[in-house]
Design a binder for this molecule. Structure first.
Ligand code: FAD
Length: 487
């Protein structure tokens, strides 16, 4: 008999992988060989709208991991299910056929994934032992509760509680060991499992051109080694993070999100590296940590909270807003507005720059994500879920918890002109992504149609604002109020 670790698209690494670590130790203790399994389901990727960039990143990550595992005599077998309903039967069949005694995996917290695991465990009916582990966060989702024993939903109290939890128990940041190699005798027994082919990109996940594919791969090289190099170079500049993170032209954020989202790098590993930079202290509070470390950890805490939110308010992974009242808003069916938003031609320079960055890099700076989302559902009054889906279809770092919580509608209407003036004061980010405005000087870049003469503006070949920001802000607030009143 053998032991299996079932990799999912959120734990594609061998370093500090909780389920894999336990699988490996059980295998070693019971003198059984260990096999890694990944189940590829193109229909599942289509269902979630997963982007070509993220799909390719995952497939490349599998390739890297397969090599690393092979060096340890551990095969990585790629199974394929054509339909979503075939996922559980396919894995069950493999486990039964190969006389597996024990299967390990790490939890995924979205409703469909939890249902899949429930039906998998039922299907196994005790014939094969199943162990599921928490692996995505430093503090387990559901562990931080209010004084009334309810899961916390509000960021600030969660943040404080999270900081004390880590400070009181720094072992939460300890990483687990990579798997031990299979003994050499196992090589022969497992010979049919090595070199399982990595699937090609599914037909609906092709890049528009091979140049696009190469460009995206260069920006987001897959695997733990690339992630680790990125983390190390970010740590060298973390001191500037607090003061520059909101300026998208400075490129001062870590760009680690794709690696966290596919699990190519664990948050525990990041935090334990930070601890070493924090005088070996697990106290990341504002008074104890440097401003850079404090504020970067704070962002990771958003990520931790959002996994808890997905688990405790399951409707957020079923296409519903956390605040259910927003579900009763009547949205506009504005096709031209939509086309302008996705192509970055709304006539609002900051919004257009953000959307063009997204389309070119499969990534967008956080400040822009906040602005373009607000613009879509407030100023264009287009259903926020359409934008949420577009992000899934384009982002390399798509993550259901972060994306749904990022898109959670609210009454805050961002002003793209003042946002740009504050966060991109030199207009550098706009100039980079909106070449039509490259030569516009001074503050005119933020609102060229208002701040340039008619003649100067006409020469740019750049559109006028598609909507009047003030009027549409008012329209949104009135619509939200009236539609949500009786909800
Ligand atoms: P850094 O500033 O270096 O932050 C470090 C890490 O902290 C990130 O890698 C990420 O894991 C986490 N983080 C940072 N900001 C947030 C945040 N606001 N919420 C939760 N976690 C955060 N993030 C995703 O990973 N995937 C998504 O699909 C996603 N969709 C978003 C949609 C909207 C509308 C908004 C407003 C935000 C979204 N975010 C998403 C959060 C955030 O924008 C990105 O995580 C961040 O821009 C990634 O860049 P970075 O790795 O350089 O971040």
């Amino acid at each position: 008999t053998k032991v299996v670790h079932w990799f999912r698209s959120k734990d594609l690494r061998i370093q500090d992988n909780t389920g894999l670590h336990h699988a490996s130790f059980l295998a070693q203790d019971s003198k059984k060989p260990l096999i890694g399994v990944y189940l590829h389901c193109p229909a599942e990727l289509s269902w979630h709208g997963t982007s070509p960039a993220r799909t390719d990143f995952i497939l490349e990550g599998l390739q890297v991991m397969q090599k690393e595992l092979k060096d340890l005599n551990i095969p990585l077998v790629i199974l394929q299910a054509d339909k979503r309903d075939d996922i559980v039967p396919t894995i069950v069949k493999f486990l039964e056929d190969q006389s597996i005694s024990h299967v390990f995996a790490n939890y995924e917290y979205e409703v469909d994934e939890l249902r899949r695991d429930t039906s998998f465990v039922k299907e196994m009916g005790g014939s094969i032992q199943v162990s599921l582990h928490h692996d995505q966060t430093a503090v387990e989702p559901g562990a931080i509760l209010t004084s009334a024993g309810k899961p916390m939903k509000v960021f600030t109290p969660y943040h404080h509680a999270w900081l004390s939890t880590i400070k009181d128990d720094p072992s939460l940041l300890d990483t687990v060991l990579a798997p031990v190699a299979n003994p050499s005798w196992a090589k022969k027994e497992l010979k049919d499992f090595f070199d399982s082919p990595i699937p090609d990109l599914p037909s609906d996940k092709q890049f528009p051109s091979s140049e696009d594919k190469q460009r995206i791969r260069k920006l987001w090289p897959a695997g733990h080694t690339s992630a680790s190099e990125r983390m190390d170079s970010f740590l060298k500049q973390i001191n500037h993070y607090a003061s520059t993170r909101s300026n998208p032209a400075k490129n001062s954020t870590s760009r680690m999100s794709a690696y966290f989202s596919a699990g190519m790098y664990s948050v525990r590993e990041a935090l334990s590296k930070l601890k070493a930079h924090n005088s070996s202290s697990a106290d990341f509070s504002e008074s104890e940590a440097s401003p850079g470390i404090y504020s970067w950890v704070r962002e990771l805490v958003f990520r931790e909270l959002y996994r808890q939110t997905t688990l405790t308010t399951p409707h957020t992974s079923m296409n519903l807003p956390q605040n259910l009242k927003f579900d009763s808003v009547l949205w506009e069916d504005d096709e031209e507005g939509w086309q302008r938003w996705i192509s970055g031609t709304t006539g609002e320079p900051f919004i257009d720059a953000g959307m063009r960055q997204l389309n070119a890099e499969a990534y967008m700076h956080n400040r822009l994500r906040m602005n373009v989302s607000s613009y879509l559902y407030c100023n264009l009054l287009i259903d926020y879920r359409r934008g949420e889906r577009y992000f899934a279809e384009t982002l390399v770092d798509w993550d259901l918890s972060n994306n749904t919580q990022g898109w959670e509608p609210s009454y805050t209407v961002f002003n793209p002109v003042s946002q740009a003036e504050r966060n991109d004061p030199e207009g550098e980010y706009i100039r980079k992504w909106v070449p039509e405005l490259r030569d516009v000087q001074g503050k005119a870049i933020f609102a060229p149609s208002e701040r340039l003469s008619e003649g100067e503006f006409e020469k740019l070949g750049y559109p006028r604002p598609y909507v009047n920001w003030k009027e549409t802000k008012q329209r949104a607030i009135e619509r939200f109020k009236s539609d949500m009143r009786d909800a």
